[in-house]
Design a binder for this molecule. Structure first.
Ligand code: HEM
Length: 413
């Protein structure tokens, strides 16, 4: 067994408190970091991460059979390859592009206005817990065509699913809780799927129910897994990115002022937020044969974690990588939400995020509404910023003060 490098454990409390402090050391001295407690390898260099995510023969998504399938109740997109993957990805994409996207943007504006309005006269909002989290769940419910009155329970079940996928170690009790959440989510979804088969609408669930693959309609199990896949994949990173965007703009008041003057800079600010602090920090893969990185061999069958946060701060990929700069020339805003992105926040290769363009539309729509509305934006007195999460990472809360807005004043849409 290889030894853990220089005593560092990526599972330690110190690392969890601020992983960014350790990334340069890992890239330079331990680009292939072995973590004995979970028998896994962590790669931190941009080129190594890119290689793992794009070489689908050398590195597979086999590990998701254990990490995701039990709570997804069936195989997820990331486990599929070849024609099946292409076909099912296309069906999912149809749920949030074209006319569907325009309808969703209108729904996002209405949802965001409804959620922020009660906080405007108070001049204070927790952008994570009062706004971003409920909004992200609402948006996903809208895409799937699920009733928003079910938001509370769907969010609860979804958090159990997410905990299962993103935990490095789970106690038997937490594991049982996560599996219970997944079972309840499945029990809620199956009657809805059957109802959509009988009366299809324009929503993604209907599209999944009516689509055929190889001339055969997908089973309830397949549709359930894809719904849970989208639910889990879409909500968490979107709300974290929105909060991180506001955090960075508040910490860089000159860039916030530029965005206020020119909202056309918002896509660049979102792209730079994704590079600087990617909400999905780890992407797992399995090595299919022995693979060498920086003189170290990762054996066949090993679990390999791509460290997206570390790769996105690699000086070989970005100049002055630890500086937040919405004008950085090496990012390329237009390609940042496509397969040609230089940052790896959406992954890359075959399984690159299918919702990247939708995520951009969603975050841009909401930020374009909030930025002009929330004047003199600052942290609330006494607020202490804290991020949590090793796998997905974002602020635990973000209490912000701003100039109170008269009640009854129209919210821009
Ligand atoms: C800022 C927001 C988002 C970020 C940072 C993000 C990040 C990612 C990453 C890193 C992956 C690759 C996982 C892998 O390679 O194993 C991924 C895949 C995926 N994402 Fe996203 N995502 C975001 C928003 C969304 C949204 C809004 C949706 C849907 C509406 C979505 C749906 C998916 C799906 C279905 C996959 C699996 C694709 C496949 O395996 O072919 N994501 N996402």
């Amino acid at each position: 067994m290889p030894r853990a490098e220089s005593g560092l454990s990526v599972l330690s409390d110190d690392f969890a408190a601020d992983p960014y402090r350790y990334f340069a050391g890992l890239r330079e001295h331990a680009p292939v970091h072995y973590e004995p407690a979970i028998d896994s390898y962590f790669l931190s260099r941009h080129r190594d991460v890119k290689r793992v995510l794009t070489d689908h023969h050398e590195f597979s998504t086999e590990t998701l059979q254990v990490r995701a399938e039990p709570v997804m109740r069936g195989p997820v997109l990331a486990q599929m390859t070849g024609a099946e993957h292409t076909a099912k990805r296309k069906i999912v994409v149809r749920g949030f592009t074209g006319q569907a996207l325009k309808d969703h943007v209108r729904a996002i504006q209405a949802d965001a206005a409804e959620l922020i309005t009660p906080f405007l006269p108070r001049g204070r909002v927790d952008l994570v817990n009062d706004f971003g989290k409920p909004l992200a769940v609402n948006v996903t419910l809208d895409v799937l065509g699920l009733d928003k009155k079910d938001r509370g329970r769907v969010a609860l079940w979804n958090s159990g699913v997410a905990e299962f996928i993103t935990s490095m170690t789970l106690t038997p009790e937490r594991r049982r809780h996560c599996l219970d959440c997944a079972e309840q989510l499945e029990a809620y979804l199956v009657p809805l799927i059957e109802q959509r088969r009988r009366h299809p609408g324009e929503d993604l669930i209907s599209k999944l129910c009516t689509a055929e693959f190889d001339g055969i309609a997908m089973s309830n199990r397949d549709v359930t897994a894809l719904i849970i896949n989208v639910l889990a994949a879409a909500t968490e990173p979107a709300d974290k990115t929105l909060a991180l965007l506001f955090r960075h703009l508040i910490d860089h008041p000159e860039q916030l002022a530029q965005v206020r003057r020119d909202p056309g800079l918002l896509p660049a600010a979102i792209a730079e937020t994704l590079r600087f602090t990617p909400p999905v920090q780890l992407i797992p893969r399995q090595s299919e044969k022995d693979a060498e990185f920086a003189g170290t061999t990762v054996p066949a069958g090993a679990t390999v974690f791509c460290m997206i946060g570390a790769a996105n701060r690699d000086p070989d990929a970005f100049s002055a990588p630890d500086t937040f700069d919405i004008h950085r020339p090496d990012l390329g805003t237009a390609r940042s939400f496509t397969a040609a992105a230089q940052h790896l926040a959406f992954g890359t290769g075959l399984h690159q995020c299918v919702g990247a363009a939708f995520a951009r539309a969603q975050i841009e729509t909401v930020a374009a509404m909030l930025v002009p509305l929330l004047d003199r934006l600052r942290y609330s007195p006494g607020f202490r910023y804290r991020e949590t999460g090793l796998y997905t990472r974002g602020p635990a809360s973000l209490s912000l003060d701003f100039t109170p807005v008269r009640s009854g004043a129209p919210v821009p849409g």
